[in-house]
Write a protein that binds this ligand. Structure first.
Ligand code: DC
Length: 207
């Protein structure tokens, strides 16, 4: 079974997808971490070929054997990730890897285009949202930064992620829209787990 969790930055995708995978005993795929690895590699070497990079995702994120879990969360990598994500050659290389991983086993896969492009056949698609203020507040709290500057960067990134030509951030026609504003992590995980367990409910409650 594949559960696709898509949505904008700060909607709570990572926390939700990780906790959901643990609750269901599924593997977890953070597709954003792949774009971040390409961004880090490109910052180090602008000629880095995304198809040739050795990226391993699991308890740790490894780039050519180096633990880059922290480095890929740096603000300049976050910024660059949104730039490389608009490059069709990068997307093609990463989508192919993601499809290979998802071809076997049970997965919770998180990103922007999992339900629309990577795995349109996913058994359950959830599009998480939250108000822009709430998303910025969560990000600022995590990063120990002020909300106003996070909000302004988020606005630029949202605009770039939604307006790029290749795979812009879009809600799949058969996705369940879930606004996480004011909900706790366990509320959100419980709602999605209930949808995953009940196929009838799943079909009825689409957006
Ligand atoms: O989810 P994240 O913040 O780790 O994603 C990093 C960047 O990669 C962000 O700008 C959106 C982009 N991304 C994407 O375009 N497609 C995905 N499937 C995942 C992330």
């Amino acid at each position: 079974m594949i559960i696709a969790i898509d949505g904008p930055a700060g909607a709570g995708k990572s926390s939700v997808a990780r906790a959901l995978a643990r609750a269901l005993g599924f593997a977890y795929l953070d597709t954003g971490a792949m774009y971040r690895c390409v961004a880090l590699a490109r910052l180090r070497d602008p000629a880095a070929d995304p198809a040739g990079l050795e990226i391993e995702l699991g308890d740790r994120v490894l780039l050519a054997g180096e633990d880059v879990g922290e480095a890929i969360r740096a603000p300049e990598v976050t910024e660059q990730a949104s730039v490389v994500a608009a490059d069709p050659a990068v997307r093609a290389a990463l989508v192919e890897r993601q499809r290979t991983l998802l071809s076997d086993g049970d997965w919770v896969a998180e990103g922007r285009d999992v339900g629309t492009v990577v795995a349109p056949q996913a058994d359950l698609k959830v599009f998480l949202t939250a108000t822009a203020d709430e998303r910025a507040r969560r990000r600022a709290e995590q990063a120990g930064r002020d909300v106003a500057s996070v909000l302004s960067e988020q606005r630029d990134r949202d605009a770039r992620d939604s307006s790029r030509e290749t795979s812009p951030l879009e809600v799949a026609a058969d996705a369940h829209l879930l606004d996480t504003t004011g909900l706790t992590l366990s509320d959100v995980v419980d709602r999605i787990a209930a949808l995953a367990r009940d196929p009838a409910d799943r079909a009825e409650n689409r957006r």
